[in-house]
Design a binder for this molecule. Structure first.
Ligand code: SF4
Length: 451
């Protein structure tokens, strides 16, 4: 028994972490579909055999190997990896070698359970003798998702740049989808167009990501935006604008959220979901913040040896954040003159919003920082309603709801909490329909924000 416990703990440290991806198949779970495929393209450009796994079909397996107390994204991704490996083993037979695979499951520091998914999934994989040697490749928000050990050291920084850019471009493609679909001339045309565009951009990242030829990638994106614009019927009048915030996996994984954006659109909305780049920027911003705090404290205490190390961190993370801002601005500047897509928030601005209204503190961390401030921004910008999408029992999203619901009620702006756990809520569609009725009334009274 003792030996078994020791083996379990050893496995958590030895088989979860940063491993070289050379000659391995790197399995990327599909969270945001476009983001996963563009990121895989960026990895392939650096010689990594990256593959986006199918998703949600393994949910029964995910539920079978979890207790029900885990967060829903943990159940979904557990099912994804188990089903993938089972199918792979079935199709390859004796040629199946678990050492050929690395499953990608990042983590984040902080008080909630995302930091534990990959540990839990390690225990599950270890319970199958044939999958024990499948490693879990993890990046952490603790070092702002640095890639040390996974990609050759001298190329890691370049990869990080290409990966970040893939996140920004995926956000823009998603925004293009939400901008066109409610106004499409021909029903169903947008979905096919975006699927094709996603593949084009994934190929583009594969060809130009490692060369950091971002200009070529943006050129392709411009062509796509121009093509997408032509799908819009200019005679369809503007619709109520709805902003979505919430837990990153649920709000971007259309299977888990039962395609909430499409349902909102069916009842007359145009929707903008919070971006993924915002989360990446937040993790970098938080490192700069923490380094600045350490610097101030050690300066006050005259601990100059530590001052030097904190100063280095401020400069290093600050440089990363500046780089991210430059790339983000570059991409949006190229597409916005072509089509009025929604922009992105600066995290520093979101923190100022929280401080100004005394709503929450970045000291407490979690996505609540972004969601609460994000809803405040929607409110100030003239959105007609906001939806908080999250896994049932998610801690940061419950905090968001408890803080923002009374404010939205007071401001008479429609607000909807939409928790999901994989079951069908019989009243959900009625709640969305009612919410959209309220949003339409708001739109009639106040008009709406232009992008
Ligand atoms: S953010 Fe929510 S869903 Fe994600 S780990 Fe934390 S509590 Fe769970």
């Amino acid at each position: 028994m003792e030996a078994q416990k020791t083996a379990t703990f050893l496995s958590l440290s030895e088989n979860v972490g940063q491993f070289s991806l050379l000659d391995k198949t790197f399995l990327i779970p599909e969270m945001n579909r476009i983001g996963a495929h563009l990121l895989a393209g960026a990895f392939r450009s650096f010689g990594v055999n990256a593959l986006v796994m199918g998703t949600y079909e393994g949910l029964d397996l995910g539920k079978e190997f979890t207790s029900g107390k885990e967060c829903f994204p943990c159940q979904v991704t557990t099912g994804d990896i188990l089903l993938f490996l089972k199918k792979e083993k079935e199709s390859l037979g004796d040629d199946f070698n678990p050492e050929n695979y690395i499953f990608f499951m990042p983590e984040s520091e902080g008080p909630c359970r995302f930091g534990m998914y990959n540990k839990y999934q390690r225990i599950v994989l270890d319970s199958f003798p044939e999958f024990r040697k499948v490693k879990i490749g993890s990046l952490t928000s603790e070092d702002s998702y640095a890639l040390e050990g996974m990609i050759e050291k001298e190329r890691a920084r370049d990869f990080r740049k290409a990966a970040y850019f893939s996140v920004v471009i995926a956000d823009i493609l998603d925004r293009l989808l939400w901008r066109i679909r409610p106004y499409e001339r021909k029903q169903g045309a947008t979905d096919g167009f975006i699927e094709r565009s996603m593949m084009t951009m994934a190929d583009s990242f594969e060809s130009y990501g490692a060369k950091k030829d971002f200009d070529r990638i943006l050129g392709k994106l411009e062509e796509i935006v121009e093509e997408g614009k032509a799908l819009i019927d200019p005679d369809i009048p503007p619709k109520p604008l709805i902003g979505i915030v919430g837990e990153i996996y649920l709000r971007t994984h259309v299977h888990s959220n039962q395609d909430v954006i499409r349902v909102l659109e069916r009842y007359g909305a145009e929707v903008v979901n919070a971006s993924i780049a915002e989360w990446v920027d937040y993790t970098t911003y938080d490192k700069v913040r923490a380094a600045k705090a350490g610097l101030r404290l050690n300066l006050k205490q005259f601990r100059f040896n530590k001052v030097k190390s904190y100063l280095k961190q401020v400069l290093s993370y600050g440089g990363d954040l500046l780089y991210q801002h430059i790339r983000l601005d570059q991409a949006y500047k190229r597409v916005k003159p072509l089509l009025d897509l929604a922009g992105d928030h600066r995290v520093a601005h979101l923190e100022k919003t929280l401080i100004k209204h005394d709503l929450y503190s970045f000291e407490l961390g979690t996505e609540a920082c972004l969601s609460i401030a994000g809803i405040m921004e929607f409110m100030h910008e003239g959105y007609n309603g906001a939806v908080n999408v999250y896994p049932f029992t998610c801690m940061p999203s419950t905090i968001t709801s408890s803080i923002m619901r009374p404010i939205m009620n007071h401001e008479r702006i429609p607000f909807l909490d939409a928790p999901y756990d994989g079951t069908c809520q019989p009243g959900r569609e009625a709640a969305i329909r009612t919410f959209m009725y309220q949003a339409y009334q708001h739109y009639k009274r106040h008009g709406r924000k232009k992008h």
